[in-house]
Design a protein around this ligand. Structure first.
Ligand SMILES: [Zn+2]
Length: 268
């Protein structure tokens, strides 16, 4: 599932269409990615408009068009954005296509967990403004983190790091990477984290988020070899620090990998 850095990568795939008109909109109106929006209105309002700019926030994207038209996109599990040459003909899973003179902007989603939302208005939609602070912003600080951990104090920290209104854009692999770097066992209850653990959690969340954006965002490059992600999905994955075997289990409903040596459960 795309996390913040992959979302940023996909957002930029439509950059060739910036400043250019939408000549035609092609979509599959009955697909559930359009739930909550009227596909006919999307066609009616976007045709003839220009793509002005785009933004990414956590796992969400917002595309702004002239005339006060806004499209929100969530990639879900398998969604992808790409650009195709002019004259492109959509295939089965290309559910939303903006045809321009020089290229076509394509949203493809095989499993349909993604979502396309439409808003018409002078200012950005309320659903875009909702949600927690961006990890890169000053608002994602120790006070916010403390409040969030204590509000979800009885949940395992792994589950809490996946909550989008607290850890915007963090998904399964980044959560494991953060907890491994912060030396926190994934099953520890969020409310039980010590002050030192909270400081490390804040620091490593910022680090993994900014480094992933820097490395993956521009061209989907691989993170450095000493990151946990390269070991996480291997059958015999090892801790990049001391090469001992990783443990695996399901925590917060998600497959989790951790190093029992780095991530000890501390009884206070
Ligand atoms: Zn280790």
């Amino acid at each position: 599932m795309p996390e913040l850095a992959e979302v940023e990568f996909f957002r930029k795939q439509w950059d060739p269409g910036l400043g250019r008109k939408i000549a035609a909109v092609q979509l599959h109106p009955r697909k559930r990615i359009f739930r909550g929006s009227d596909p006919r209105k999307i066609v009616e309002h976007l045709t003839g408009r220009r793509l002005l700019r785009s933004h990414a926030r956590g796992k969400r994207m917002l595309f702004e068009f002239s005339g006060g038209n806004w499209i929100g996109i969530h990639l879900g599990m398998t969604g992808k954005l790409r650009t195709e040459p002019a004259g492109f003909r959509p295939e089965k899973h290309d559910h939303f296509v903006l045809q321009q003179t020089r290229q076509a902007l394509v949203f493809r989603d095989a499993r349909l967990f993604g979502r396309v939302r439409f808003h018409h208005g002078r200012t950005e939609p309320a659903w875009w403004r909702a949600g927690g602070p961006e990890i890169s912003s000053d608002k994602f600080d120790r006070a916010f983190l403390n409040g969030f951990l204590d509000r979800h104090g009885r949940a395992p920290i792994k589950a809490v790091v996946l909550m989008q209104n607290g850890f915007s854009g963090i998904g399964n692999w980044m959560a494991d990477e953060i907890l491994w770097r912060a030396k926190i066992a994934p099953s520890v209850l969020a409310g039980a984290l010590s002050s030192a653990q909270r400081a490390r959690l804040l620091r490593e969340t910022r680090f993994v988020a900014s480094e992933s954006l820097r490395i993956i965002g521009p061209n989907f490059s691989d993170p450095p070899a000493n990151w946990l992600i390269h070991q996480k999905w291997k059958r015999d994955g090892v801790c990049p620090r001391h090469r001992s075997a990783l443990r695996k289990g399901t925590i917060g409903g998600r497959t989790t990998a951790w190093c029992p040596r780095c991530q000890k459960i501390i009884i206070r």
